[in-house]
Design a binder for this molecule. Structure first.
Ligand SMILES: [Zn+2]
Length: 384
């Protein structure tokens, strides 16, 4: 217990001084990318670490299946959101495999009594709490997402608002009763959104999260296009994290949702993960702006706050480390920043239209962000 208290002490210290940084629990079992916008994203089931010092979980008939590639997807969401806005979401990732720790259960079932697993579990949960407190002290609203991957047959996103399939199969008027609003992980949003949308509208109206995602090419349930899962459908309605880190729990004001991602087009390839991450980022920006009047593009300097609709053209788009990148449609000098897939800055400088890449860049996909006087332009390129 002493070890745990010491850890939490250092966690609080770190959080208070850290900004746009990543902090780790012992052995890197948990990582927290500290953000500066009121979006908190957690990925509990995508970890791959299997230390022999932690025995496999056997207590209480555990589920141990991994949500493949959700760790990578969460990192891509962090990167793409940053690329779009210059701002950082809060990201908390469990790097332990689910056979060792389940970060979406209570500590008894999740850690099965192993002290190292308990420390990791506590860091994961505590950092979500910290992220929410940081958000609440700076913003009127904040939004929580617990990211998962499902293996169900229907290739669609399942949005868990703590409403089971049978509850979602009710009429709009039933969903709008205080009893059903009371179950919901967005009940505070029902009470306080700028357009006074009802619960049913926020679940499956034209501006519902599922509808916006479906419009972006990612079928979702519930949404206007797919209002509820059918009786025969498997459906995840939200687990431990969604319950304890949203207004589903008394004294927590955050609204939120569990997003269960299907495999095809969302998680299955790096290119699809990046595409989905960018779409989700765009949807979240619009969603929070529409419902809460929240402008999440403020992290860039005021004069350069608008994201250009005119993408930067880089040539070649696939190149070797040490080669020159030519910016074909830019005439103005600005500051450029190159980020890797995990959102780390790997190179920066000033340019008008030529960048000489560092010679030690590992083969991967990178994001280029060019900050000009009045706009931000961005592009993606590959080093092979
Ligand atoms: Zn999961």
């Amino acid at each position: 217990m002493k070890k745990l208290i010491a850890l939490l002490g250092s966690v609080i210290l770190f959080v208070s001084i850290a900004h746009a940084q990543t902090i780790y629990s012992p052995n890197n079992y948990i990582e927290y990318h500290v953000g500066n916008v009121p979006i908190v994203l957690s990925a509990p089931h995508g970890g791959g670490l299997e230390p022999t010092s932690i025995p496999d979980r056997t207590c209480n008939n555990p589920t141990t299946v991994r949500d493949s590639r959700t760790r990578e997807l969460a990192l891509a969401i962090d990167s793409m959101f940053h690329l779009r806005t210059g701002c950082r979401i809060h990201l908390i990732v469990c790097n332990l495999r689910r056979t060792k720790l389940d970060c979406n259960r209570d500590i008894v079932d999740g850690a099965c009594g192993n002290p190292d697993a308990e420390i990791a579990w506590t860091a994961f949960q505590h950092w979500i709490d910290s992220a929410r407190l940081i958000s609440e002290s700076n913003f009127a609203e904040n939004f929580y997402i617990d990211l998962h991957g499902h293996g169900h047959t229907k290739q669609r996103l399942e949005l868990g608002y703590l409403l089971w399939g049978s509850r979602l199969r009710n009429s709009d008027s039933t969903l709008n009763t205080p009893t059903f609003v009371g179950y919901s992980s967005i009940k505070n949003m029902v009470a306080n959104n700028v357009n006074n949308y009802t619960h049913a509208e926020l679940l499956r109206g034209p501006q519902a999260l599922g509808t916006l995602l479906a419009n972006a090419g990612y079928p979702s349930v519930p949404s206007m296009q797919d209002i509820h899962p059918d009786t025969a459908d498997a459906f995840f309605s939200g687990g431990h994290n969604t319950r304890v880190h949203t207004c589903g729990t008394p004294n927590v004001s955050a609204n939120g949702v569990q997003i269960e991602c299907n495999w095809t087009d969302v998680r299955n390839t790096e290119a699809n993960r990046i595409k989905f991450a960018d779409s989700l980022s765009s949807v979240l920006i619009n969603y929070l702006n529409h419902h809460f009047n929240m402008n999440l593009g403020f992290c860039a300097p005021a004069a350069a706050s608008s994201i250009s609709k005119n993408p930067l053209i880089v040539f070649p788009s696939i190149l070797s480390a040490g080669e020159d990148i030519h910016l074909q449609n830019n005439q103005e000098e600005g500051d450029y920043f190159i980020y890797n897939l995990t959102g780390q800055l790997v190179q920066k400088g000033k340019t008008q239209n030529l960048i000489e890449l560092k010679s030690n860049l590992a083969p991967s996909i990178y994001y280029l962000r060019l900050q000009l006087k009045n706009e931000i332009r961005s592009a993606k390129f590959t080093v092979h």
